[in-house]
Design a protein around this ligand. Structure first.
Ligand SMILES: NC(=O)c1ccc[n+]([C@@H]2O[C@H](COP(=O)([O-])OP(=O)(O)OC[C@H]3O[C@@H](n4cnc5c(N)ncnc54)[C@H](OP(=O)(O)O)[C@@H]3O)[C@@H](O)[C@H]2O)c1
Length: 284
């Protein structure tokens, strides 16, 4: 039996164990997914010791370790290096390699919902880890990306970083998260992506974008998946826009990690149904 961990601090609220254990069981694989809370002070000891044990197949990495964990890895995949964060680790005979599956998961979810992303104009709200991962992949396809963030300097830093990437095809513009700037950016957008935690439980009445700014022509993607229908998505629906919750992204980034650990294609729809059931049965 091998174990895969969710490595974070704290880790009590995760849906990853639900979907991975359902998939391991369905395929009859000798794997188990466990939550593993490791404090920042104990990260080094864990990474140089237990994480390299033969019984450990790998890990997902979440807040606050996605960047800090990189210094303990033997190798970091090219995309994860470009994103600057790792969300998946594979343990191969005691050697640890880091990957980032968040961005690919998000792009796969967006392509399911929107279609081809070549030449789209996207607005990303937020400039943290999720925005970096999504922005990295989206910038290879989109025509224009506007990044609006509460702290303007982080939007500027991310826009400059994405623009400097050799595979970047988009013109990437930073802005601060102000109503007038959002309104301007959304007038020209095909897709709006929320990468902030605003609207996530317990702040379910929060929204990063006023519903009156949403046009019916756009697709609104909220990376938050708990609740499945955030206030942002409810108001987008009321405005006549198409919506996508963070659940597909969660499942697709998890499916990519599963494949890296086991070498086996996971049962994606079963994983999706397992999490949907726990989150209250409403499809996202
Ligand atoms: N569906 C999935 O699989 C998946 C995967 C990863 C993440 N996510 C979602 O993405 C969210 C962010 O994760 P992350 O790793 O990117 O976090 P992060 O690195 O901490 O970044 C958080 C971002 O949200 C902004 N923000 C936080 N609180 C805000 C507020 N009250 N008003 C406006 N902006 C605010 C921050 O702005 P400042 O720079 O001004 O602080 C920052 O840009 C998570 O909460 C989760 O819901 C979903």
């Amino acid at each position: 039996m091998r174990v895969c961990y969710l490595l974070g601090y704290p880790v009590g609220h995760s849906m990853s164990a639900v979907m991975h254990n359902a998939a391991f069981e369905e395929l009859g694989l000798e794997y188990r997914y466990n939550l593993r809370g490791v404090s920042p002070a104990k990260l080094g000891t864990f990474m140089t010791g237990e994480m390299r044990d033969q019984a450990v197949g790998g890990a997902n990495v979440t807040i606050p370790h996605k960047v800090a964990v990189m210094e303990y890895l033997d190798e970091v995949d090219r995309e994860a290096l470009a994103i600057g964060a790792v969300n998946t680790i594979v343990n191969q005979d005691g050697s640890l390699k880091g990957y980032n599956t968040d961005g690919r998961g998000a792009i796969r979810a967006l392509e399911d919902a929107y279609g081809e992303l070549e030449d789209v104009k996207a607005v990303i709200v937020g400039a943290g880890g999720a925005a970096r991962a999504i922005g990295y992949h989206l910038s290879t396809k989109a025509r224009r990306i506007t990044i609006l963030n509460r702290t303007q300097s982080r939007a500027e830093e991310l826009a400059a970083h994405l623009s400097s990437m050799p595979d970047c095809n988009a013109s990437v513009e930073p802005a601060s998260l102000r109503r007038s700037l959002l309104e301007e950016a959304l007038k020209k957008a095909d897709i709006l992506i929320n990468t902030t935690p605003v609207g996530m439980i317990p702040d379910v009445e929060g929204t990063p974008v006023d519903g009156s700014l949403i046009r019916p022509e756009i697709l609104v993607f909220d990376t938050v998946y708990n609740p499945l229908r955030t206030r942002l998505l409810r108001e987008a629906e009321e405005a006549g826009a198409r919506t996508l919750s963070g659940l597909r992204m969660l499942v697709y980034q998890g499916a990519a990690a599963f494949k890296l650990w086991t070498g086996v294609e996971p049962p994606v729809e079963l994983m999706y149904d397992a999490v949907t059931e726990v989150l209250g049965g409403e499809q996202g």
